[in-house]
Write a protein that binds this ligand. Structure first.
Ligand code: SF4
Ligand code: SF4
Length: 439
């Protein structure tokens, strides 16, 4: 794509990067076919190519964002299906990151939109506040119906829809600490405790730590870790996201210096995509660029790390698992085979739902901010998953687990919970009702 930025504009490294990305796009439109918002809405401006044009026009003309651009950028899930499809290697992720930051800096959103986004940014990344909010949601649940009828309140109605009926008790595994290997030592890793996940489903990190220590891996949950920053990053709140990235880089660098780390284990693929990008996010900060690149290189999804441990194969156990590949897993991190191969080796029969490349509509805070599109994508995803006739659904991202669980009665678990069970752990509580004949 031809661009017309001035030398002055290109002196800004963010603009220079976006210009290089824009120039790679050849307008072929292959990406439109795999874009969930284009597939759902059928509007070119809600396709990757349409958004690329909008961003180019806005940046090239040095214009502040307006309501139209903001609408179409907000509708993007950041699922990155377009980057998997694009034959020209267009780095859409960093382009839309720039566009979102530009919107945040130049566009004044309507009052209620600003308020909702402020609430989300002030609550979700902090486990204590998030737990309290979920408890309050139980009180607010009876008002869900009336709230849905007020357009400005639809995000709060969506939050009530998603809030679980009960909040699990805090887990000791969610606190900072060191977990000794229970077998011959074969590695030392740090685990990202996370923000929303340990509140919604502490069993995921519990299963991870139990499995790794049983396999001879020391696991540290270092003091001082914070939310990875992806929630605010996707809202365009760059300073808040970079502050989170710096805090985590400091924590893990101390751990690398103290005892060495073979990996930084991440159990939510949405967080993994962002942490693997810390090196890029902090590339312009001389005090952090090198350390952040080192952290990104060590970041591993739990299934990536387990695949390197050469786990033994088990006999088939007569349980069929529909594997839902989170967008941040398959498109963001390009991890496609490891989770399925691990599940198969553990004795599960794995099925791929149709249209596996399409997002389930979770996408960070998307199911709160864009509930209508999100609901359509969820219904489509659930239809495809249920068509596999699987006993269980497995995935690697808490956002997808929360989203899909509200649309189906099939139990949905994190892949690592099934692997923990298969390699010596207890049967996950969610599976206790599974037919004994199948189990
Ligand atoms: S990130 Fe996903 S929703 Fe956004 S343009 Fe790409 S394919 Fe479409
Ligand atoms: S597939 Fe790639 S090159 Fe083609 S229009 Fe989409 S982003 Fe541009």
């Amino acid at each position: 794509m031809q661009t017309n930025f001035t030398p002055e504009q290109l002196a800004d490294p963010h603009v220079a990067e976006s210009e290089a990305i824009l120039r790679k796009c050849v307008h072929c439109g292959f990406c439109t076919a795999t874009c969930p918002t284009y597939v759902t809405l059928g509007n070119e401006l809600d396709s990757p190519r349409g958004r690329i044009y909008l961003i180019k026009d806005m940046l090239e003309n040095g214009r502040p964002a307006d309501a139209e651009v903001t609408t179409h950028i907000d509708r993007c899930l950041s699922c990155l299906a377009c980057t998997t499809t694009c034959p020209s290697g267009v780095d859409y992720m960093h382009l839309i990151d720039h566009a979102r930051a530009h919107i945040e800096n130049t566009y004044k959103r309507p009052l209620m939109d600003r308020f909702t986004r402020n609430v989300l940014a002030a609550v979700l990344p902090y486990p204590g506040r998030f737990r309290l909010a979920l408890q309050l949601a139980r009180v607010g649940r009876p008002f869900k119906g009336p709230l849905k009828r007020v357009p400005a309140m639809k995000a709060f109605a969506a939050m009530l829809d998603l809030a679980p009926r009960s909040v699990p008790a805090p887990s000791p595994f969610s606190r900072p600490g060191r977990h000794e290997p229970q077998a011959e030592r074969r590695g030392r890793v740090a685990i990202l405790t996370g923000c929303a996940q340990p509140v919604l489903d502490p069993g995921i990190n519990e299963a991870t730590i139990r499995l790794l220590t049983r396999l001879g891996v020391e696991v540290v949950a270092p003091e001082g870790e914070v939310c990875c920053g992806s929630l605010v990053h996707h809202m365009g709140r760059e300073e808040q996201a970079l502050a989170a990235a710096r805090a985590n880089v400091d924590v893990w660098t101390r751990e690398i210096d103290a005892g060495g780390l073979d990996a930084i284990i991440i159990t939510a693929s949405g967080c993994g995509t962002t942490i693997k990008d810390y090196g890029h996010m902090l590339r312009l900060d001389p005090a952090y660029a090198e350390k952040a690149a080192k952290v990104s290189a060590l970041a591993k999804d739990i299934t990536e790390y387990l695949a390197s441990l050469d786990l033994p194969s088990h006999m088939p156990r007569g349980i069929t698992v529909a594997y839902h590949s989170a967008c941040s897993m398959q498109h963001g991190q390009k991890i496609t085979m490891a989770p399925k191969l691990l599940l198969k080796a553990a004795g599960f029969t794995v099925r791929d739902p149709a249209e596996g490349h399409l997002c389930c509509g979770s996408a960070g805070t998307y199911n709160i901010m864009q509930p209508e599109i999100s609901a359509e994508l969820k219904a489509r995803k659930v239809r495809n998953i249920e068509a596999t006739k699987a006993d269980i659904i497995a995935t690697g991202n808490i956002g997808c687990i929360t989203q899909i669980a509200t649309g189906t009665g099939i139990p949905i678990l994190h892949t690592v919970e099934l692997l923990d069970w298969a390699y010596g752990g207890e049967m996950p509580a969610k599976l206790k009702g599974l037919e004994p004949a199948a189990a």
